[in-house]
Ligand binder design. Structure first.
Ligand code: PBG
Length: 325
């Protein structure tokens, strides 16, 4: 009790504070998302995500090199195809945009960890994450297409497949298809607890993947649903073979990160999503907040809450700031 106990004794110098610091971020924990687009000489800025671009393949290696120079070890790839159709053919085409990007980056960077987003919404003309039957996103016929997508991505050089669609049973379908096609060592990083969130708005500008009607509420989780439902989603994915589990979005769902970390042994991945990024960028551009300090505090929060890995559009900046420290 006070006055014998004074907590401020731990804080009175930088060296004292650093002795009892335990939430530390390492560059190896950062995953950098990249948007690749068909075409040439493209570096399209995303208005709602300052600092984020769509890159054509002839421009993407320069961005990869910038990330590698900063110390980044892993990338998450999203693709914007030239054409879309009802069944998202571009997602599982052998010469699809992500498949081509995987081959190109793998050729030039044999050791980079390449993670492929596995979903149909960027490739369907209706913008939903699965195939439609009477305007309903039908679960089971979608599974085959996701499995095909995963196998084609593995064949192109992906180390990890990251299904973000939220269909039931997709992790199992993907795991089986990978094994049957000789990719037993390709891992699955599943978006296990993914909520139907308004924080994805800017991403849909970047990926051109906004649903053309309705919303994603019949497949992504309700933000106010029980925490037990998030645990059930995660447990199902783990039982179907997920090697890593993503909680998405991250900032408004840190309770889920903490609970997931306590209940499962698979590495927990925080997805610091587009809307979270854009809010920080917008306030920083107004001069209302200190971008570097705010971003590093957010990253510390993810680590403290139990994240093993962090997917973030800030990754290259964070990696460079870590070097300065
Ligand atoms: C596709 C997908 C989305 C995100 C990642 N994969 C959008 C969505 O579900 O609508 C969002 C990422 C972000 O906001 O940064 N299913």
């Amino acid at each position: 009790m006070f006055p014998q106990t004074r907590m401020r004794r731990y804080r009175n110098s930088e060296n004292l504070r650093s002795m009892v610091r335990e939430s530390r971020l390492h560059v190896e924990q950062l995953i950098y998302p990249l948007f690749v687009i068909e075409g040439e000489q493209i570096k399209n800025p995303i208005d709602s995500m300052p600092g984020v671009y769509q890159f054509s393949l002839d421009n993407v290696l320069a961005e990869v090199e910038r990330a590698v120079q900063a110390g980044i070890k892993s990338l998450l790839l999203f693709g914007i195809p030239a054409a879309k159709d009802a069944v998202g053919t571009g997602a599982y085409a052998e010469d699809g945009i992500v498949q081509k990007a995987l081959r190109l980056i793998r050729e030039n960077y044999p050791d980079l960890v390449l993670i492929a987003d596995c979903c149909l919404c960027e490739y369907t003309d209706h913008g939903h994450c699965g195939v439609l039957v009477d305007d309903y996103v039908e679960n089971d016929p979608t599974l085959n297409l996701l499995a095909k997508t995963a196998v084609s991505q593995a064949r192109a050089g992906a180390d990890i497949i990251a299904p973000s669609d939220m269909m039931d049973g997709r992790v199992g379908a993907i795991r089986r298809a990978l094994d049957e096609n000789g990719f037993k060592n390709v891992a699955v990083m599943s978006y296990a607890a993914k909520y139907a969130s308004s924080f994805y708005g800017p991403f849909r500008d970047a990926a051109g993947s906004a649903p053309q009607f309705g919303d994603r509420k019949t497949y992504q989780m309700d933000p106010a649903c029980s925490v037990r439902q998030a645990m059930a989603e995660t447990e199902l994915d783990v039982m179907e073979g997920a090697d890593y589990i993503i909680v998405k979005p991250a900032l408004a769902y840190m309770d889920i990160i903490t609970k997931t970390r306590a209940s499962f042994y698979q590495p927990v991945v925080a997805y610091n999503v587009s809307g979270e990024y854009s809010m920080v960028k917008a306030a920083a551009m107004q001069g209302w907040i200190d971008e570097k300090k705010i971003v590093m505090e957010i990253m510390t929060g993810f680590i403290r809450s139990g994240s093993d890995l962090i997917i973030t559009y800030h990754a290259v900046d964070v990696a460079n700031w870590l070097k300065e420290q």
